[in-house]
Design a protein around this ligand. Sequence first.
Ligand SMILES: CC(C)(COP(=O)(O)OP(=O)(O)OC[C@H]1O[C@@H](n2cnc3c(N)ncnc32)[C@H](O)[C@@H]1OP(=O)(O)O)[C@@H](O)C(=O)NCCC(=O)NCCS
Length: 150
Amino acid sequence: MTAQPFTTRKLTKGDYDQIVRVIDKWWGGPTSALAHPLFFYELGELARVVLHDEAVVGFLLGFLAPAEATGYVHLVGIDPEFRRQSVGARLYGSFEEACRAAHCARLKAVTTLGNDGSVRFHEALGWRTEVVEDYAGVGRARVVFTKPLG
Ligand SMILES: CC(C)(COP(=O)(O)OP(=O)(O)OC[C@H]1O[C@@H](n2cnc3c(N)ncnc32)[C@H](O)[C@@H]1OP(=O)(O)O)[C@@H](O)C(=O)NCCC(=O)NCCS
């Protein structure tokens, strides 16, 4: 039988507790505020993790946003030791599947200028990339990623 080193499933409270412990390290700076508990308790139905040997090696915090029936990826992070092994692609695949089942019209995500790894990742998965001036306030441009779900 072929080994299945990675599994994808819904985020649990135990996963959430682990994520908030490691997120700053995985992102290379203070990021834990972005993993606010509301993304688990109130908006966590579509949140996903990828496990390797029962350890969380990647997570995605996302939810359904009513505007334009959008599946919004709020935050995604992969353990640096497990990058470029399709863990992010697995998470996005699982999220997209759930969003299609919920009849979403499109997917959306946002990052800061200069996050080239994220831009390359989204483009590789077929997302559209656009720099939107003043997106997060005057002088605060953001990279906005979208993908229509046909
Ligand atoms: C961006 C991130 C989520 C990608 O996760 P990952 O599991 O390494 O991505 P995958 O292995 O699924 O990559 C799929 C494809 O995307 C592209 N890609 C992913 N990361 C890339 C990088 N750093 N540079 C260039 N291309 C990249 C590649 O084409 C890759 O396919 P390949 O490895 O066969 O060439 C991960 O690097 C990460 O957690 N970064 C820190 C947090 C972050 O920036 N989050 C996103 C903010 S919106």
